[in-house]
Write a protein that binds this ligand. Sequence first.
Ligand code: SF4
Ligand code: SF4
Length: 135
Amino acid sequence: MTRTPAPRHIEITPENKCGFCPGSKCCTYITQKIPGPRSMADFDHLLWQLAHRGVQAYRDSDGWYLLITHPCNFLQPDGRCGIYATRPQLCRDYTNDFCEFDQPAEEGFDLYFPDYASLDAYCRQRFRRWDARFG
Ligand code: SF4
Ligand code: SF4
């Protein structure tokens, strides 16, 4: 069974919202804060990271992050948490009051690089000598 959108006549509340969330979005990735890249070498390193499947990057008001798009091993086919009683603190602290069900996270990013090509294009604009960085 997969989660389906709420019927029009049902009011979405924090209590029932997760039950209607397609794909349980917040359980399908991790983020890791990284030092903000500045030099060509920094961006070249980030480009290497984005060369890997499922690795993205973004910058928001808190800084730069890697976004790794793999679902949690404990996410059940019906969208429930397989270790709910002992789930990590970060999962417990996450509130669905206003979450990705309401607005895609990308809309809060200043910069978003979903793949190698998008970061490479940004670097070409940012650094005139990007292609000459290898000497
Ligand atoms: S907290 Fe939000 S994004 Fe996560 S499962 Fe619930 S509704 Fe979906
Ligand atoms: S441990 Fe449970 S709540 Fe936390 S990410 Fe995994 S499935 Fe989601």
